[in-house]
Design a protein around this ligand. Sequence first.
Ligand SMILES: C[S@@+](CC[C@H](N)C(=O)[O-])C[C@H]1O[C@@H](n2cnc3c(N)ncnc32)[C@H](O)[C@@H]1O
Length: 275
Amino acid sequence: MPAPESLASPGFADLVPLLRAAGCVFAEDEAQVLLSEACGAAELYEWVERRISGEPLEWIVGWAEFCGLRIAVDQGVFVPRRRTELLVSQAASLLREVVGAADLPASGTLVDLCCGSGAVGVAVVSHGSVGELHSADIDPIAVECARRNLAAVGGHVHQGDLYAALPARLKKQVQLIVVNAPYVPTAVLPTMPPEARIHEPPRCLDGGADGLNLHRRVIREAPEWLDANGYLVIETSERQAAGTAALMAAAGLAARIVHSEELDGTVVVGSPQCW
Ligand SMILES: C[S@@+](CC[C@H](N)C(=O)[O-])C[C@H]1O[C@@H](n2cnc3c(N)ncnc32)[C@H](O)[C@@H]1O
């Protein structure tokens, strides 16, 4: 949308058809966000042009709504998805259960691996029962973004490859490990929507040939970090859930698949105990 010389601000009725024609499914909602967040006509024109070219709305305005919270999302950082709200609700209720059963003083240790913006950890903390939050990612841009988001809730953010990022003192001390690691099979990447395919970096999405490369590594090492009553909760796809659960069983974890039709989300919960 090239800016006209007069720079009169476009209105809702101008933006909706433009966004819809560019393939934005929620054109009305997006128009509302762009109009309310842009500082003046010049910025609005620039933002609309970026959005029409397929850049995620959340990178343009700098935040995403997730679990009713406003999470800062920098350019290049994975945009938290609505389906991941299932990971949060499962994690929050398991953590309450572990903390209650062990009679811990309303606190437990939560690790959010592959944290991206840090959205998952921050959202679980907002449900209560978290004493210590450790979030980690391999990508320095994501780590910087997560630091800003976690500042409000007082967690620690580490940079590195999976568990190698964590302080060794957490071994056998973690009540809950939550993970939304890349799980898209490499061959499926070219079929993803343009926001993901063109704009989001492959390290956020690519799970290797069967999509389970990261799950394999996360699950293999989880028993070293979980306390005896702890849980590992991993987001996966409906199609890959049986594969993720089988990896947990092979690592000696009892596994349970949870699916939400409403959120179109699937997680696998693993525990060193039997269900
Ligand atoms: C699908 S995104 C999920 C981000 C966040 N958990 C969320 O749900 O919004 C996956 C994240 O895993 C990170 N990642 C990929 N490989 C990793 C590794 N070996 N160790 C740690 N983080 C990794 C990426 O940088 C990316 O931020």
